[in-house]
Ligand binder design. Structure first.
Ligand code: DGY
Length: 319
């Protein structure tokens, strides 16, 4: 008999086809986020749940999951929506989607860097609104990206991929992480063990660290003050890394020249202050949104679920 798998969101067709072939799969054709109560009800009798970052699995939800559920897979590399203390306490395995989205997400971070530094959002809005009166020598002057100093906060897989891409733009890469990377991963990037030394080198700051309690509002007013005047800030990681009020104030004063954001604390809601600013590029959490990547994410998370349900150790186990 096939094992039963609850999938909380609409997934790419190839992934749903694989799930339907291998499992008694409960799909979500409407693609509306389900409430926790609904997920818990549907999970009754399921062996596994494949969730997404829009589902919150706090300690209460984990405790309330039916005992039949042995593994929780998340269609994301981030797992700040899952209380891992609760999953560990219950012996529930968690698998995610590492590696396969690093290129797509780093590309998106690079897009934000270029768009913010070169004022692409403002230009696009000007053209669409019929406000463009033609080329002018001083129109929408941005900041050149090539040859500048790029600071990466969080030098995991995505941060390292961004550092690799940065070489093509001749950027000097600095990074802040808890520990220094081994030489084969570090390349030419320069490690900083303290915030002040790091932030002072960031003509461009890219946030690439995981979300969660330890990085909550890491980019606050005190740290923003350590950036060189006119810095560019981008975030393709998690919205909660940023103290929005502090960033909005710095964008207003010009201390931060421009920002590019793909993620927001409490998304899809966002601080309305951003909407009133011209010098911020706002995207709707597009980091891993490529056809190739979303298929790869679906396959790796299903591989992990398969492994757990067949008594093997999954390569993508979240510890
Ligand atoms: C992730 O994987 O954590 C992204 O934020 C969603 O693709």
């Amino acid at each position: 008999m096939k094992k039963r798998l609850l999938i909380t969101r609409l997934l790419p067709p190839a992934i749903e086809a694989r799930a339907a072939r291998d499992y008694d799969a409960l799909l979500n054709p409407e693609d509306r986020p389900r409430s926790t109560a609904e997920i818990l009800r549907l999970a009754e009798g399921c062996d596994a749940v494949l969730c997404s970052p829009t589902d919150s699995f706090d300690a209460d939800a984990i405790d309330a999951l039916p005992a039949s559920v042995k593994v929780l897979g998340t269609f994301s590399v981030g797992y700040d929506h899952i209380d891992l203390d609760a999953t560990r306490a219950r012996g529930l395995e968690v698998v995610n989607t590492p590696d396969v989205l690093s290129v797509a997400t780093a590309e998106l971070a690079f897009l934000l860097i270029l768009a913010a530094a070169r004022r692409a959002g403002e230009g696009e809005r000007m053209v669409r609104a019929g406000r463009w009166s033609g080329w002018a020598p001083t129109q929408l002057l941005g900041t050149q990206v090539s040859g500048k100093r790029l600071g990466i906060f969080g030098m995991g897989r995505i941060g390292r991929e961004l550092a690799r891409m940065a070489r093509g733009f001749d950027l000097e890469v600095h990074y802040r992480d808890l520990t220094r990377l081994p030489p084969e991963l570090e390349g030419n990037a320069i490690w900083h063990g303290d915030d002040a030394g790091f932030l002072g080198e960031c003509d461009i700051l890219s946030l690439n660290a995981p979300g969660g309690a330890t990085t909550q509002h890491w980019l606050n007013a005190d740290r923003i003050a350590l950036l060189p005047p006119g810095a560019v800030v981008v975030n393709a990681a998690r919205g909660a890394l940023v103290d929005d009020g502090a960033l909005i104030a710095a964008l207003r004063s010009g201390h931060v020249a421009s920002a590019g954001l793909d993620v927001y604390e409490g998304e899809p809601a966002l601080n309305p202050g951003y909407l009133r600013l011209e010098n911020v590029v706002l995207l709707p959490h597009l980091g891993s949104n490529t056809t190739e990547t979303r298929d790869a994410m679906g396959n790796i998370v299903l591989d992990g679920i398969d492994a757990v349900l067949h008594g093997r150790r999954p390569a993508n186990r979240v510890t």
